[in-house]
Design a protein around this ligand. Sequence first.
Ligand code: 48C
Length: 355
Amino acid sequence: MCTDNWGRSDRNRCWYFIIFAALLFILSFSWHSLKNSQWPPRGMFTCKSVSHSTSDTSYLDQLKEVKLQRMLYEKPETLKPPRTDVLTMTPWLAPIVWNGTYNIDILNEQFHRRGVRIGLTVFAIKKYTVFVKTFLESAEKFFMVGHKVNYYVFTDRASDISNITLNDGRHLVVLDVPSYKRWQEVSMRRMEMIRNFSRERFIYEVDYLVCVDVDMRFSDDVGVEILSNVFGTLHPGFYGASRQSFTYERRTQSEAYIAADEGDFYYAGGYFGGTVEEVYKLTNHCHEAMMADKEKNIEAVWHDESYINKYFLYHKPTKILSPEYLWDNNFGVPAMLKRRRFVAVPKNHAQIRNR
Ligand code: 48C
């Protein structure tokens, strides 16, 4: 190989080359074999398999069991769906919640056994404080009755929020937040504030968040049937419309842009929710998109509602609430609407906006 009649330095260079070539071969061989195998080997880094204690238990053995008791109810009919007049499942297998499609007794049992805690967020900035009393009184009658509920009322006028008597397991939390000059900005900044409080407080206090408009009142049961990782609500004005007629943001420069040949549904900006983790991601994403547009001097056509529609296009909701959950009586009462659970309170925008 590195022959003797070469000088010392030549011999050294030759051996260095041979060692380098050997290392290169070993590396390329091991890389090739790794590429075709599972790396890291299953369980090597996942914390789940770390604890091989002598009693041979793992974190899986600590999982909480939610077990129901004997319950009596009609058997579900496999060949006879409860609703055939409306879509009850999306193409990505997310349920669309309509009256008659669920058994609230089973769901209540499941969520009670989990000890679920629900946060209901609402903003009452400037003149909108006038809606809070009706909102809360109607929520006491219809919203998650029998479950643990925190009402989070974001306001710049804490003294205007009347303290009403609440049923057991329910608390009113008034959160001081700044107001903004324009009502559009007030509406859009809700994303930022829900994100901030999710991180600083909600993650420690509740499991799910339901984020709604305040100029509304509950008028029928709204229960744990709405809960899911992340959910949106069909806008009452567009549930039967074509995607081209959805009032999405259509300027390509905007972060909320949706092309004419895309879009599943038109979601209302005033009713979304999910686990605190998922709501954190949604509100953070929407807030950052709004700030990016603001930099470009763009504000999407329907403000936070435009950004949430874009979010739900590429982050599909795991459940969708039917217009039963967000209705405006100006639209009348179509045949498919068996219950109106949360309805707009008539208001004169001129009188209360920017006041
Ligand atoms: O709290 C206020 N104050 C305002 O001046 C403007 C809006 N808002 C909040 O944003 C309320 O919670 C409103 O419900 C929400 C915007 N939604 C609406 O004004 C109609 N429900 C579309």
